[in-house]
Design a protein around this ligand. Structure first.
Ligand code: GDP
Ligand code: MG
Length: 440
């Protein structure tokens, strides 16, 4: 798939200024890539329109590297849709917190119920699993097994007790939790293979009866183009407060995530990534963005663009050194550039073949830069321009102001001096390098 997209970005990269035609070509390829990832067409249209508008605007025109800027816009917009409303479970002020699950049959509700129970249990909660799927004969048995594996308690109607009423079981389950002091109730409900009026009514009735704090809509990431219709049907029929994306361990590209998030505006809260009860993760919008657009190759291009950028910066710095004006301000600026790259670390972590850069980022500690920044911010402009004036009492003042120790301040000044020395070598024609960061 992304060969073409990669090619498109590569072509962009070799250009300086981008024309409207360049951008249209790129937007066309992004559109193709999204459709390949099974993102629903209306969502793709909205998305590409937004990217195109931003790409034609000033931020790209004025960017040092316009192509890189376009890639960043694409990534930002993806993350915005996927994670604009990212949030965690909300617990009720008066326990029990009631969490109801809804979704098609086979979407992964019962499995997720077990995973969530196990996770909550490990966090010190006392979840009660309520078996309100009385549709399939073995659904209660399945939840019983899952509960046992999760080490959680289950509330279920007596076996062989005729056809149960899921609304009543749900209500009784919550009542039982209150009496037995379970602080969380997870209600596992029935699903059908397709969207079905009777099923919706049942789910809506359960919702009305127990007034849950969270209704989580579980959807199979492999569902593809059906994602939009299914999600809309559940939103209209039951409504939900959050989304669980299941079977992300499969080879689905995750277009369903973008479709559901975009069409329903509800946050995706969990990623279910396997059949085991430990295969549960909070949802990461940035990872999903990479997965959807196959950003691996594109990030390589960013990396190339970035190194070109750094070279240009290094030249600028060399020039400053030649005129002896390299200051702590410049030093800080360089550090911050590194930090920008560091924030890609997470995304890179899941990408294959990022070899060298990944390793460099592994060695790189963002907090280091925060500390450096704190110290330099506590200096006066005069001190930043001329660190030679930093005597003992000034260093003590800076340490206090930045919440660091005098040793930290000393180390920073020392590193700056080393860096400045190194930069001098650069200025005399040595190999450009970024000071102060070892492997970087
Ligand atoms: P329900 O009908 O919505 O309750 O769905 P189930 O929880 O019974 O899951 C249906 C099938 O999907 C079962 O075979 C599960 O083992 C499987 N399953 C559920 N979640 C995941 C997941 O995240 N990854 C994988 N690979 N399989 C899953
Ligand atoms: Mg089930």
């Amino acid at each position: 798939l992304s060969d073409r997209l990669t090619e498109t970005f590569r072509n962009l990269r070799t250009k300086g200024k981008l024309t409207a035609a360049d951008i249209d070509g790129t937007v066309r390829e992004i559109r193709r890539a999204l459709l390949d990832a099974d993102v629903a067409l209306p969502v793709v249209k909205d998305f590409t329109a937004k990217v195109r508008e931003r790409a034609l605007g000033d931020e790209v025109n004025k960017a040092l590297n316009p192509a890189q800027q376009v890639v960043q816009i694409v990534n930002e917009e993806l993350v915005a849709i996927l994670g604009g409303e990212q949030r965690r479970l909300e617990f009720a002020k008066n326990p029990p917190t009631v969490i109801m699950l809804a979704g098609l049959q086979g979407s992964g509700k019962t499995t997720f119920a077990g995973k969530l129970a196990k996770q909550l249990q490990s966090e010190g909660h006392t979840p009660l699993l309520v078996a309100a799927d009385l549709q399939r004969p073995n659904a209660v048995t399945q939840l019983t097994v899952v509960a046992e594996q999760a080490g959680a308690t289950i509330y279920a109607p007596e076996p062989g007790n005729g056809v149960g009423d899921p609304v009543r079981v749900s209500r009784d389950g919550v009542e039982h939790a209150r009496r037995q002091q379970h602080d969380i109730v997870i209600i596992d409900t029935a699903g059908r293979l397709g969207v079905d009026a009777e099923l919706m009514k049942q789910a809506a009735d359960i919702r009305a009866a127990v007034d849950p704090d969270e209704v989580l809509f579980v959807i199979d990431a492999m569902i593809g183009q059906d994602a939009v219709n299914t999600a809309k049907a559940f939103q209209d029929g039951v409504d939900f407060t959050g989304v669980v994306l299941s079977k992300l361990d499969g080879d689905a590209r995750g277009g369903a995530a973008l479709s559901v998030a975009s069409v329903t505006g509800r946050p995706i809260m969990f990623a279910s990534t396997g059949e085991g009860l430990d295969d549960l993760e909070p949802f990461h919008p940035d990872r999903m963005a990479s997965r959807i657009l196959d950003l691996g190759d594109i990030l390589t291009l960013i990396e190339q663009a970035q190194s070109a950028f750094d070279e240009a910066e290094a030249l600028k710095v060399a020039e400053k050194l030649a005129t002896e004006t390299f200051t702590l301000e410049d030093f800080l600026e360089q550090m911050q550039q590194l930090k920008k790259m560091g924030s890609m670390k997470k995304m890179l972590g899941m990408l294959p073949g990022m070899g060298q850069m990944k390793q460099q980022l592994e060695d790189f500690d963002e907090r280091e830069i925060d500390r450096t920044e704190a110290i330099i911010r506590s200096m006066t402009p005069g001190e930043r321009r001329n660190p030679k004036v930093l005597n003992g009492s000034r260093r003590l003042r800076i340490a206090r102001g930045s919440g660091m120790t005098v040793t930290d301040v000393n180390q920073l000044v020392q590193r700056f001096e080393q860096a400045a020395k190194m930069m001098k070598t650069v200025a005399r024609g040595g190999t450009p390098n970024i000071p102060g960061m070892g492997a970087m």
